[in-house]
Design a binder for this molecule. Structure first.
Ligand code: SF4
Length: 440
């Protein structure tokens, strides 16, 4: 038992990772990441997140490219209260960081198959999130469910599932494995085509077991594939599939509530995914009044709405326009994914939001309609290799005054694969110069 005068126990920051918490800086401020299955958040949950952000995170939120929400500058002593606050609305941060199956992401394209992919993503979330069998992995393990090949996000997952056929009795998915970005970007390989939905969970479990058995920390699955080769990986996986009976998938809804197949979603554009709780609450209120009661965090760090009716859609559009959030404002027109960089990340080598703002002022008019992304370090959290143009902060070098300045690599994506590096080691001025000429 600790008395009132006992010193505070030291915080084990490494252990906190599995609870979705990273240390942000030497002042021991923390980042807490909330896992949102498929990026969907009910109005009640969103209201609670706003409350928690107000009470414990200085009234700000950050939307990630994996449809999660981060609270920054949280204190260790507030974690229990935040955890209970999240649990009260069915949310968790468990497994959002560290060696665990991370939040399951899902397409937010609102296609006709929105409900189908959402249902699978939720089923995977129920099965893997917080399940001790899938914690303590060598490193993070990312799963995404996509409703098609547009966006190519299947290429950067440990397991990427792409819906390719919708049937009366069963949906079929192409299964991709072993992708990832970071310092050594690697595109996933196609493991199996047209896998029936009922085989997906046993197959992912076998991939996770193969990964754990044959990969030392802190390596990801892509390392196993690269070092062992595809044929060895397939052999190991086959052994694993045969050795342990598959866990039965729990039943559940076959499809998430369908918002309507001719849905025309509206998106609030949030620059760099960074917003305060006043703006967030306004959006939550719009969702309460004009949707079936939920909002969706997109992979481009925006917030999408599925209006209930054409009238709701018009009203929502009017409100977003009035609030300067419908994408017509200069800062919001361009899709520009921005990681937190050194604004809130220990690994960050540059002020990503400022560099992104500067880039917007330099890029040619026609490039404003292409997709862009910037990462504050080679970890590539904003997925620069999936944007038409990507910027990775590659390191720091001293300038003539001895001040450490960031260096940047510029990526260009033109085909179906990951973007390729076209310039390396640029200083800020050269980066802007190159950005002003990207279309020449
Ligand atoms: S890319 Fe680097 S700087 Fe940006 S959030 Fe990820 S780890 Fe932090």
């Amino acid at each position: 038992m600790t008395s009132a005068t006992s010193p505070k126990p030291a915080v084990d920051f490494h252990k906190l990772r599995l609870d979705g918490v990273y240390r942000m800086n030497d002042q021991n401020e923390l980042m807490l990441r909330i896992k949102l299955p498929a990026g969907v958040l009910s109005v009640a949950q969103a209201g609670q997140v706003a409350e928690l952000a107000d009470s414990f995170a200085g009234g700000r939120l950050h939307l990630t490219t994996r449809g999660s929400i981060e609270l920054h500058r949280v204190k260790a002593e507030d974690l229990p209260l935040i955890g209970r606050g999240l649990a009260a609305v069915g949310l968790t941060s468990r497994g959002a960081c560290g060696g665990a199956v991370r939040g399951i992401t899902c397409s937010t394209s609102f296609s006709a198959h929105f409900g189908t992919t959402q249902a699978l993503a939720r089923r995977l979330h129920r099965h893997f999130a917080g399940n001790p069998h899938f914690e303590g992995l060598p490193k993070k393990f990312k799963i995404a469910v996509e409703d098609g090949y547009q966006g190519a996000r299947h290429l950067i997952q440990d397991v990427g599932l792409v819906l390719v056929e919708v049937r009366q009795d069963e949906n079929l998915y192409d299964v991709w494995v072993g992708g990832g970005l970071g310092r050594e970007p690697q595109a996933a390989i196609l493991l199996e085509e047209k896998v029936a939905e009922k085989r997906i969970i046993p197959l992912i479990e076998a991939v996770v077991r193969t990964y754990c058995k044959h990969t030392a920390p802190p390596r990801r699955l892509k390392y196993l594939l690269r070092t062992q080769g595809e044929s060895t990986f397939r052999r190991l996986l086959q052994q694993e599939q045969g050795s342990v009976p598959a866990t039965l998938a729990a039943g559940g809804l076959d499809a998430a509530p369908e918002p309507g197949s001719n849905l025309k979603a509206l998106t609030a554009r949030i620059f760099a995914g960074d917003l305060d709780t006043t703006a967030f609450r306004r959006l939550v209120d719009l969702a309460a009044r004009h949707t079936a009661g939920f909002l969706v965090l997109t992979a481009d760090q925006n917030i999408a709405f599925a209006p209930r009716s054409e009238k709701d859609r018009q009203e929502l559009n009017r409100q977003l326009t009035e609030g300067g959030l419908n994408g017509s404002a200069p800062e919001q027109r361009t899709i520009f994914r921005v990681c937190v960089g050194n604004h809130a990340c220990r690994m960050g080598l540059c002020a990503t939001r400022e560099v992104a703002r500067e880039a917007l002022t330099h890029m040619p008019e026609a490039a404003r309609d292409l997709s862009w992304a910037i990462s504050g370090c080679p970890n590539s959290c904003s997925q620069p290799q999936l944007a038409d143009f990507g910027v990775v902060t590659s390191g720091l070098t001293k300038d003539e005054n001895g001040v450490r300045q960031p260096r940047f690599d510029l990526y260009r994506r033109t085909g179906q694969n990951l973007g390729e590096k076209i310039k390396t080691g640029l200083n800020l001025q050269d980066l802007m110069q190159n950005i002003s000429q990207v279309l020449q």
